[in-house]
Write a protein of this length. Structure first.
Length: 463
């Protein structure tokens, strides 16, 4: 057996407090112990700063731009795991979690994936190279995430090596349905094939035969654009233009490309309908500039931004025109609402994301809720220094109602289903095993018991 030693040295802080990473545990955004560990990937920060060093070093840079909606998605995973642990589903076996902030960067997500694959309870953080991983025991049994398809694909190719189940709550790229390339990938949302088909049908039935398309330059955007273009052409709909924006906010050309896209929209005055396959942050930047230019159109929204509070709360957003969107199915949100209402800052040692949120709230203490999102965005960009009160009182308000306003019910429901699907698979495995022993089963065995088609009524008793 060959042994590939991959030291899990730290790459730099992933949180806006910018404390240097000294140990691998500093790389974790939130964690809680359990008999069975589940990994999580969430883009809690919107981008990673570019390195100013030359020559460039192989290290992950500071991550900035705290994303409230994604932070809430991480909380939804934590809540779902707590629901299972407080239910009789696993009969004394508890689930734990290790959640990592991908910073909307493939590189950061792959660093987290390396840690997921590292050997359990090994004195040195390492990933073994083996011809057969059937008996290999990594530190987690399965992974929830990521959200963005581009990141999910990269992580999936690594997890495939050990057939570790990866359940995404948001990645809709059609290619992820290919079980040859992504054998251990599952999801609780439909493929883009169905979304683009519904969009094409909507456009045809509405009599819109002259449209424009804007997408991101990544696997998600390109695949959705191509599939949609084929379906609309078959319906005799003409595409006036296809504009592609850089996928990552850290790309220095993004602002230029947004301006060029808006100039194209203005030039194509006869086009009144524009289909948008973009991330929320891209749509925010696009719409903010479109409002300044008095651009008024009909916008067809993809499911990853159609219900985003970040978009609906843009100042003067109604001037943008009409938005017709597709959204994920919603579930019962009462339990998650109660979870948010009882959320508190102490203890927060094992939840750095929650601690950062509290620090940002402290910096924005005198800002009303309607302006809080912008204040948090400004103070988490890394360009504005902020000093929060480290000795915050235990009754410090987390503005729970503000968090509830930013909750996206469809995504929370998808995350709940993802965690519960793993919970039921683990339950089946543990019926004849002592799962309080972390070596009771391997990740690939979870995959054989995980199904995307578990009857919905099976979940309702826990939601």
């Amino acid at each position: 057996m060959a042994l590939l030693m991959i030291p899990m040295t730290c790459f730099g802080s992933i949180l806006a407090t910018f404390q240097p990473c000294q140990t691998p545990d500093d790389f974790v955004a939130a964690t809680s112990p359990g008999h069975i560990m589940i990994g999580g990937l969430f883009a809690i920060h919107e981008k990673m700063l570019s390195s100013e060093d030359y020559p460039r070093r192989p290290e992950i840079q500071k991550c900035v731009g705290f994303e409230i909606s994604i932070f809430l998605q991480a909380l939804a995973m934590i809540h779902s795991i707590e629901m299972i642990n407080n239910s009789p589903l696993l009969s004394g076996v508890t689930l734990g979690y290790e959640i990592y902030d991908t910073c909307t960067e493939v590189t950061v997500a792959m660093a987290a994936a390396l840690r997921f694959l590292s050997k359990l309870n090994c004195s040195r953080e390492m990933v073994e190279f083996k011809c057969d991983y059937s008996s290999y025991m990594p530190r987690v049994k399965a992974v929830i995430g990521a959200g963005y398809s581009e990141i999910t694909m990269a992580v999936s190719r690594m997890l495939n090596l050990q057939l570790m189940p990866q359940v995404s709550y948001e990645s809709t790229a059609e290619i992820l349905s290919d079980k040859i390339r992504f054998p251990s990938f599952l999801r609780t949302v439909p493929s883009d094939f169905y979304q683009t088909k519904a969009m094409a049908h909507l456009i045809q039935k509405s009599g819109w035969n002259w449209i424009g398309i804007i997408a991101t330059d990544d696997d998600y955007g390109r695949l959705a654009l191509n599939t949609f273009a084929v379906q609309t052409t078959a319906n005799n709909v003409c595409i006036a233009f296809k504009e592609v924006l850089p996928a990552f906010l850290s790309d220095d050309t993004l602002e230029v490309r947004i301006n060029e896209t808006l100039e194209k929209i203005i030039a194509e005055a006869q086009v009144n309908v524009i289909v948008v396959f973009l991330r929320q942050s891209h749509v925010f930047n696009l719409f903010s500039k479109a409002i300044e230019r008095n651009i008024n159109k009909i916008w067809i929204a993809s499911d990853n931004w159609s219900t985003a509070t970040k978009i609906t709360t843009i100042p003067n957003v109604k001037k943008i025109g009409k938005v017709v969107g597709f959204a994920f199915r919603r579930g019962n949100m009462s339990s998650f609402h109660s979870f948010l209402q009882h959320l508190h800052i102490f203890p927060s040692e094992n939840n750095k994301a929650l601690h950062e949120y509290a620090m940002l709230l402290s910096a924005c203490a005198h800002v009303k809720n309607s302006d809080l999102s912008q204040c948090i965005a400004n103070h988490s960009q890394g360009t504005l220094a902020y000093k929060a009160n480290e000795d915050m009182e235990k009754n410090f308000s987390l503005r729970n109602d503000f968090l509830w306003d930013y909750t996206e019910p469809g995504l929370v429901h998808s995350i709940q289903l993802a965690v519960l699907a793993l919970g039921y698979a683990i339950r089946d495995l543990c019926q004849a095993r002592d799962c309080q022993n972390p070596y009771a089963f391997q990740p690939w065995e979870v995959l054989t018991h995980t199904s995307e088609k578990i009857p919905l009524q099976s979940f309702l008793s826990l939601l």
